[in-house]
Design a protein around this ligand. Structure first.
Ligand SMILES: Nc1ncnc2c1ncn2[C@@H]1O[C@H](COP(=O)(O)OP(=O)(O)O)[C@@H](O)[C@H]1O
Ligand SMILES: [Mg+2]
Length: 305
């Protein structure tokens, strides 16, 4: 598959602060590529360089073979942006917000009208075309941002935390639409703090932390490689650890104590669960390993505030 976005030694500094610290990645045409990381990891900074609104400090970044740069109108023409902040124009209606963008891309009036009708249908906002932005729910505003990002029929869509703050219904609708775009051949670059979102949408992800890429791979390969297939959680006080670990000696599972929980990371948890039955513990859970386990292992379990 052809490479659409290529970064090598990509760096962004704000004064002394290194927001992106010399990262390398390649995004293939037609895939969904995810930047996963906590607040402040450098996700937004990275994608802002990809869609040419933030200049690169050093390193190389190309999109479609062209060097990224803030004056690169050619790149802006093939890119659609769903920003992290909801930056709709509150003085305009839903449809008018799209008209403004159609003008920026030099789309003729009649063509713009047709595209706007089609896009409002796509994001299920056709009944809201004449509404003020203040009358929309957060989910509707986020859907309108998607419609706006599509007005120029982009080859590349950059979605920066597209579902932050949404309830499950609203989030699932956005996932449906993003997957639909991918099916139609659009390349998607997604940033998210939600592991489930990355698992639902992304073909490949990088885990970012403090401006660096810690790991790269498919969600499944990262889970399997870093954690294993299954996790057993036992909610017991730390005083019980010695007894439990002694009882489970011989099982080839890594373990970790975090707060009130003792975790075991295993290829499969069934045998361990069976052995645990002999101890008659109240709160034990055997579940599939997830990207969240990978994320917490790589970035630590402390708060990032
Ligand atoms: N315009 C800016 N000026 C100064 N510092 C910034 C600016 N934008 C982002 N930063 C800093 O760069 C780092 C990465 O931020 P950001 O890319 O927004 O992370 P993320 O999107 O992963 O939460 C943070 O420490 C943030 O405070
Ligand atoms: Mg961000």
């Amino acid at each position: 598959m052809a490479i659409l976005v290529k970064a090598s030694g990509l760096t962004k500094k704000y004064g002394d602060l290194v927001a992106v610290a010399g990262i390398d990645f390649e995004i293939r045409e037609g895939e969904c590529f995810g930047f996963l990381g906590p607040n402040g990891a450098g996700k937004t900074t990275t994608v802002r360089m990809i869609h040419c609104v933030s200049p690169v400090t050093s390193g190389i970044l190309t999109v479609g073979g062209m060097p990224s740069g803030i004056n690169n109108r050619g790149l802006k023409m093939i890119t659609g942006v769903i920003p992290q902040e909801i930056n709709l124009d509150n003085d305009l209606t839903v449809a008018e917000n799209l008209v403004v963008f159609a003008r920026f891309f030099d789309i003729g009036r009649r063509e713009a009208k047709a595209r706007i009708a089609e896009l409002l249908r796509f994001v299920e906002l056709e009944a809201k075309a004449g509404s003020k932005i203040s009358d929309l729910s957060t989910g509707m505003k986020r859907r309108l941002l998607i419609a706006r990002a599509l007005i120029n029929r982009p080859r590349l869509i950059v979605a920066d935390e597209p579902t932050t703050g949404l309830d499950p219904q609203a989030r699932h609708l956005i996932w449906q639409r993003l997957r639909q775009l991918k099916t139609q051949g659009t390349t998607l670059v997604l940033t998210t703090q939600y592991m489930e979102e990355a698992q639902q949408l992304c073909d490949r992800i990088v885990v970012m932390y403090q401006g660096r890429i810690l790991k790269e791979g498919t969600p499944a390969s990262l889970v399997e490689g870093e954690i294993g297939r299954e996790v057993v959680e036992i909610r017991v006080p730390p005083e019980d650890d010695a007894k439990i670990l002694g009882h489970l000696a011989g099982f080839d599972c890594a373990h970790e104590r975090v707060g009130d929980t003792l975790y075991f990371y295993c290829r499969e948890g069934h045998g361990l669960m069976k052995k645990l039955l002999e101890l008659d513990l109240p709160n034990t859970l055997n579940r599939p390993a997830t990207l969240e386990d990978v994320f917490l292992k790589l970035t630590g379990r402390s708060l990032h505030e």
